[in-house]
Design a protein around this ligand. Structure first.
Ligand SMILES: [Zn+2]
Length: 284
C-alpha cells in the first residue's frame, strides 16, 4: 500500500496577543527547492574540481611537451657540436696536427649518447663543456699550428717563373755538358722565351743576392724561409736589389744570356735546406 503525499500542508504559528501566522506549502515544492539547493553547490563544486583536474592535466601535458622540445633542441645542439668537432678535426689535419687530440674526453659526453633518456639539462651542460674545450683547443693549438702550416706552404715555391710563351729545354739531373766534354749534373730547369721577358719570383721572400758572379751571370737568389730558396740566372737585367722583400709573382729580373750560357734562356733552381731539388714537383 503506497502512501499518498498530501497536496498541501498548513502550519499555524500562534503567539499570545498576536494574530496567528498561517504558513501553507506544498510538500512537492519543498522537496524540489531542497533538491535544487543541494544540486547547485554540488554542480558548482564538480565544475571547480573538473576545471582543477583539467588544468592539472594540461600542465602535465605542457610540461611533457616542453621537456620533449628541450630534449630535441639539446640533441640538435649536440649534433651541431659533433659537426663542429669534425670540422675542427679537418682543420687539425690541415694544420698537420695529430688527430688524437680531437677526440672528446669521455666525461664530457653523457653515457648513452644522444638518446631521449638523458635529461636535456645534462645534454646542454655536456654541449657547453665540449664547446668551451673546442674553442680552447682552436685558439691554443689549432690556430697557431694552422698559421705556421699556411706560412710554410706559402713559402714553398710554386709555378713557372715565366708567363706567356716559353719552352722548357733542359731538365733536372745528369745531362751532356753543353760546352762539350762529358756529362754534368744540371741543378735546375732551363726555359727559353723572348729575350728580355720578365722573370717572376715563385714565392714571397727576401732577396738574398742580386748581382753578377761566376757561371750564373746576372742572377737573383730569393730566400723564402722554411728552408726554401730559388735562383734565377743568366738574366739580362736585374729587377730587384739584395735585401728587398718580394711577393709571389713579383718581377725579379729579365731573361738574358749572361754567364755560362749558350743562348738567351732562364736557368731556374730550387734549393731546400741547401740542396738543389727537382723543380718539376713545384711547377703546378
Ligand atoms: Zn741551366
Amino acid at each position: 500500500m503506497s502512501r499518498r503525499i498530501p497536496k498541501q500542508y498548513t502550519i499555524l504559528i500562534s503567539c499570545t496577543g498576536r494574530t496567528p501566522i498561517a504558513l501553507s506549502f506544498q510538500p512537492k515544492l519543498v522537496i524540489g527547492t531542497v533538491a535544487v539547493a543541494i544540486a547547485i553547490p554540488s554542480l558548482w563544486l564538480g565544475k571547480i574540481f573538473h576545471s582543477y583536474h583539467q588544468e592539472n592535466t594540461d600542465l602535465t601535458q605542457q610540461n611533457a611537451a616542453l621537456t620533449e622540445e628541450l630534449t630535441e633542441e639539446a640533441t640538435q645542439i649536440m649534433q651541431k657540436v659533433e659537426v663542429l668537432e669534425s670540422e675542427l678535426n679537418h682543420l687539425q689535419k690541415r694544420a698537420g696536427m695529430p688527430e688524437a687530440s680531437g677526440t672528446p674526453p669521455a666525461e664530457t659526453i653523457p653515457q648513452g649518447g644522444l638518446s631521449n633518456r638523458i635529461r636535456p639539462e645534462s645534454l646542454l651542460d655536456a654541449a657547453q663543456g665540449r664547446i668551451s674545450q673546442l674553442v680552447g683547443s682552436l685558439r691554443v693549438e689549432i690556430e697557431p699550428a694552422l698559421e705556421q702550416t699556411l706560412e710554410r706552404e706559402a713559402a714553398r715555391p710554386k709555378g713557372v717563373p715565366l708567363k706567356g710563351e716559353f719552352n722548357q729545354t733542359s731538365g733536372f739531373g745528369p745531362r751532356r755538358n753543353p760546352f762539350g766534354g762529358g756529362y754534368e749534373f744540371h741543378r735546375g730547369l732551363d726555359f727559353i722565351a723572348a729575350y728580355g721577358s720578365p722573370i717572376y719570383g715563385t714565392a714571397p721572400g727576401v732577396v738574398k743576392f742580386a748581382g753578377s758572379s761566376g757561371g750564373y751571370g746576372n742572377h737573383v737568389i730569393v730566400d723564402h724561409g722554411y728552408g726554401y730558396q730559388t735562383l734565377y740566372a743568366h738574366l739580362s737585367k736585374l729587377g730587384v736589389a739584395a735585401g728587398a722583400k718580394i711577393d709571389r709573382d713579383q718581377i725579379v729580373g729579365y731573361l738574358g744570356n749572361t754567364g755560362r750560357s749558350t743562348g738567351p734562356h732562364l736557368h731556374y733552381s730550387i734549393f731546400y735546406s741547401g740542396e738543389a731539388v727537382d723543380p718539376k714537383g713545384y711547377l703546378d
